[in-house]
Design a binder for this molecule. Structure first.
Ligand code: G
Ligand code: G
Ligand code: MN
Length: 622
C-alpha cells in the first residue's frame, strides 16, 4: 500500500517541486539583497509550493562549526533559532542540515518517526507535523555556504524526481547569492573608481572633472530657483622656489594646508575643488557679485596668514577670478573660461581678486540686475498689457486683439518685451510671466465681456511654456476663475518655438486643442517647418511674419512669399493673419490676395485697454 500511495502522490509532489523551482527563479530575478532573497525563497517553498517549512542556514567556520539561522518560513521563530545546529561530526551535527554541509551531499530523512539520526529533534519535529525532511547543501562560488532545508507533512515526500527539481532550486539559489555578491563587488569597485576619477589624490577634494559636474548641477538648481551663482578660481602658492628649495614633499604639504584653509573659509555650503597643481576653485551655489566678492576677500584674508613648513614661514599669495551665472555665462564651460580670464585680471590687480570683465561686462551686469528686478516686477504687478487690434479685412471690422506685455520699471520706465522676454526665457521666469499675462488678459477679457464686447484676446506662449508640465492645469484654473468660454482667448505660438521640439510641441498643442482653444502659429515663414508637420498641427490660423508684410509693397520676393503663404493657409483650411501692416497700400493689397485678418500700425499700435473705446470711436474701422 505505501508504494501505491507514493505512486499516486507522485504527480502532486512533482507539481509542488516544480512550483518551487519556478517561484525561486522569479525571486532570483528580482532579488536586490541576500537576506531578501533567502526570505523570498522560503516563502515560495511554503506558501506557493505547499511544503511544511523551509529554512536557510549558514555554515560558520567557528570552532563549534555552528550553523546560523538566516531565514525561514513555516516554523515558529523561537523554535527555528533554538535548534543549536552544527556541522561538526558530533551527535548534533548528524542531522540532515549538518550532514548536508559536512558531506556536500543531499541528505533526506524519509520518516522523522523512525530515522535514528533525528534523535535530538524528533519530538520537536513531530509536534510541528513534520514527517519527512530534505537538506540540500548550498554551494556558492565553489564553496559550501550552508544548507537549504525543506520539511513535508507526509513521510516519504521526497522522491527522486522532486529531489532532482529541488536540488536544482538550491543550485539556482547558490548561483543567485553568487550573482548578488558579484554585483556588490562590482558596485564597490565602481564607487572606488568614481572616487578616484572625481577627486584629487593629494587633498581628497573634488577634482576638475567633478567640479564641472557640481557646477552643472548648481546651474540647473540656480536656474530653477532663479538666483545667481558664482565660481571663484584661485591660483595659490605657485612658486618654483618652494619646489626647488623644499622639495616636492613639502610643496605637497603646502597645497594640503592651503586646501584646509580654503575648505574652512568657504564653509560647507561652498564646495572647494583642486583643479590643477596650484589651482583651486570654490563654487558658490547661491549669490551674486556682492557675495562672491565678500567670499573672495575672506579667502584672501585666510591665506594672508603665513604657512609654517619645516620651520619656515611661507607666504601663500593668492589671486582669485570670479565668474557669475547668468551674467557671465549660463553653462559650465563659459563660467570656467571666464573665471580663468578673471583670474588673469586678478593677478594684475591690487586687490587680489577680480570679477570677469569682458566686452559685454556692463550689459551683463545690467541684464543680471534686470533679472532680479523682473521676478519682483511679476510679483508686484509692474507688468502691464497693451492690446493691438486685429481687423477683419473683408468686413472692415475689429475682430480681436493681441495682448502684448510691457514692463513699467520704477527706474528705467516702460520697457518693451524684446528687452526682457528672451532673458525671462533663459532664466525660467517666463513661466510666472506667462501665468501673469494669462490672468491679466482674462481679467480684461472678462471686463469686455461685461460690456458686451465678445472679441477674442490673443496671448503669446513661448517655447518654454510648451514644455511646462503645469501649463494646461494653470490655463484650466485661470479659465475657471474668470468663468471664461473657450473662445475668449487665442494662443499664439511662434513657428520657431514649435520647431525647437516638434514632438513635445505637438503634444501640447493637442492638449490645448482639447480645451477647445483657438491656436495660431506666430511669425510664420521664419521657422522652417515642413508642410507635412504643418498639416498635422491642430491649429486654426497662421500669422505671416511682419518682415514679409512690411516689405511686400516694395519687394517682389516678399510679395510672392505673402501670396503663397495665404494660398497655403487656405489650402489647409486655416485663417491667415498679416502682421506688421504699416500702410493703407499694404492693407489693400492683402485684401486683394484674400488675406483674412490684418494687424499693424496703420490700424493701431498696441494700446492700453482703456484707450480701446476711444480708438474705436475715432477710427474708420468698426
Ligand atoms: O509688442 P512688441 O511689442 O514689441 O513685442 C515684441 C515681441 O515680444 C513680440 O515677438 C511678441 O510676440 C513678444 N511678446 C509680447 N508679449 C508677450 C508675452 O506676453 N509672452 C511672450 N512669450 N511673448 C510676448
Ligand atoms: O507676437 P508678435 O511678434 O507678433 O508681436 C507683434 C510685434 O510686432 C509687437 O512687437 C508689435 O508691437 C509689433 N508690431 C505690430 N504692428 C507692427 C507694425 O505695423 N510694424 C512694425 N514694425 N511692428 C509692428
Ligand atoms: Mn504674437
Amino acid at each position: 500500500m505505501p508504494v501505491q500511495a507514493s505512486v499516486e502522490q507522485e504527480p502532486g509532489f512533482l507539481n509542488r517541486a516544480l512550483r518551487t523551482l519556478s517561484g525561486c527563479n522569479r525571486a532570483l530575478l528580482r532579488a536586490t539583497d541576500e537576506t531578501a532573497l533567502y526570505q523570498e525563497i522560503c516563502r515560495v517553498v511554503v506558501e506557493q509550493a505547499g511544503y511544511r517549512f523551509a529554512w536557510v542556514g549558514r555554515a560558520e567556520h567557528d570552532p563549534g562549526k555552528s550553523i546560523t539561522h538566516l531565514a525561514q518560513t513555516g516554523l515558529d521563530l523561537d523554535y527555528a533559532s533554538s535548534l543549536r545546529l552544527t556541522w561538526a561530526n558530533a551527535e548534533l551535527g548528524r542531522g540532515p542540515a549538518g550532514t548536508a554541509i559536512r558531506t556536500g551531499k543531499i541528505c533526506i530523512s524519509h520518516d522523522v518517526q523512525s530515522d535514528p539520526a533525528l534523535g535530538p529533534w524528533r519530538e520537536g519535529a513531530l509536534e510541528r507535523g513534520i514527517a519527512s525532511l530534505l537538506s540540500l547543501p548550498l554551494w556558492v562560488e565553489e564553496e559550501i555556504f550552508g544548507s537549504f532545508d525543506i520539511g513535508a507533512l507526509e513521510p516519504n515526500a521526497f522522491g527522486a524526481q522532486e529531489v532532482e527539481l529541488l536540488s536544482q532550486a538550491a543550485e539556482d539559489l547558490g548561483f543567485g547569492i553568487a550573482t548578488l555578491r558579484t554585483r556588490t563587488r562590482a558596485a564597490e569597485a565602481e564607487a572606488t573608481i568614481k572616487r578616484m576619477a572625481y577627486s584629487d589624490a593629494l587633498t581628497g577634494l573634488p577634482n576638475r572633472v567633478r567640479l564641472r559636474e557640481l557646477l552643472e548641477e548648481a546651474i540647473v538648481a540656480a536656474k530653477q530657483e532663479r538666483r545667481p551663482l558664482g565660481l571663484l578660481q584661485l591660483e595659490v602658492g605657485r612658486s618654483r622656489e618652494i619646489n626647488e628649495v623644499l622639495g616636492y614633499h613639502e610643496a605637497d604639504r603646502l597645497q594640503q594646508e592651503i586646501a584646509n584653509r580654503l575648505v574652512q573659509t568657504a564653509g560647507a555650503a561652498n564646495p572647494v575643488a583642486r583643479v590643477g597643481e596650484c589651482e583651486f576653485a570654490v563654487l558658490m551655489p547661491s549669490g551674486g557679485a556682492e557675495q562672491a566678492s565678500q567670499l573672495a576677500q575672506r579667502i584672501l584674508v585666510a591665506l594672508d596668514e603665513p604657512i609654517e613648513l619645516s620651520g619656515l614661514f611661507l607666504d601663500a599669495r593668492a589671486s582669485i577670478g570670479i565668474a557669475l551665472y547668468p551674467g557671465h555665462g549660463t553653462d559650465p564651460e563659459a563660467l570656467i573660461r571666464r573665471g580663468s580670464i578673471a583670474l588673469e585680471q586678478a593677478k594684475r590687480s591690487s586687490t587680489g581678486y577680480a570679477l570677469f570683465k569682458g566686452g559685454l561686462d556692463l550689459e551683463c551686469a545690467q541684464r543680471m540686475a534686470l533679472m532680479g528686478d523682473l521676478r519682483r516686477a511679476i510679483e508686484h504687478n509692474e507688468l502691464l498689457l497693451h492690446y493691438q487690434p486685429k481687423l477683419q479685412i473683408a468686413t472692415n471690422k475689429v475682430c480681436g486683439s493681441e495682448a502684448l506685455v510691457r514692463w513699467q520699471h520704477p527706474q528705467h520706465g516702460l520697457i518693451a518685451p524684446d528687452q526682457f522676454i528672451k532673458l525671462a526665457e533663459s532664466t525660467g521666469l517666463i513661466t510666472p510671466l506667462t501665468y501673469w499675462v494669462l490672468d491679466a488678459a482674462l481679467a480684461q477679457r472678462y471686463a469686455w465681456h461685461e460690456e458686451g464686447i465678445e472679441r477674442p484676446v490673443s496671448v503669446n506662449l513661448s517655447a518654454r511654456d510648451l514644455r511646462d508640465p503645469k501649463l494646461l492645469e494653470r490655463i484650466n484654473g485661470s479659465f475657471a476663475t474668470w468663468g471664461a468660454q473657450s473662445d475668449w482667448i487665442e494662443f499664439e505660438l511662434t513657428e520657431s518655438a514649435l520647431m525647437e521640439d516638434p514632438v513635445t510641441a505637438m503634444e501640447t498643442l493637442v492638449r490645448l486643442k482639447n480645451l477647445d482653444a483657438q491656436l495660431a502659429i506666430d511669425d510664420f515663414g521664419t521657422g522652417y517647418s515642413s508642410l507635412a508637420y504643418l498639416q498635422q498641427l491642430p491649429v486654426d490660423s497662421l500669422k505671416i511674419d511682419q518682415s514679409f508684410v512690411t516689405r511686400m509693397t516694395c519687394d517682389d520676393g516678399s510679395a510672392k512669399i505673402v501670396h503663397s503663404i495665404i494660398e497655403l493657409a487656405h489650402n489647409l483650411d486655416l485663417t491667415v493673419v498679416a502682421e506688421g501692416v504699416e500702410d493703407q497700400a499694404t492693407l489693400t493689397q492683402l485684401g486683394r490676395l484674400g488675406c483674412d485678418i490684418a494687424q499693424g500700425y496703420t490700424i493701431s499700435r498696441p494700446i492700453p485697454a482703456e484707450q480701446f473705446r476711444d480708438w474705436e470711436a475715432h477710427s474708420t474701422w468698426h
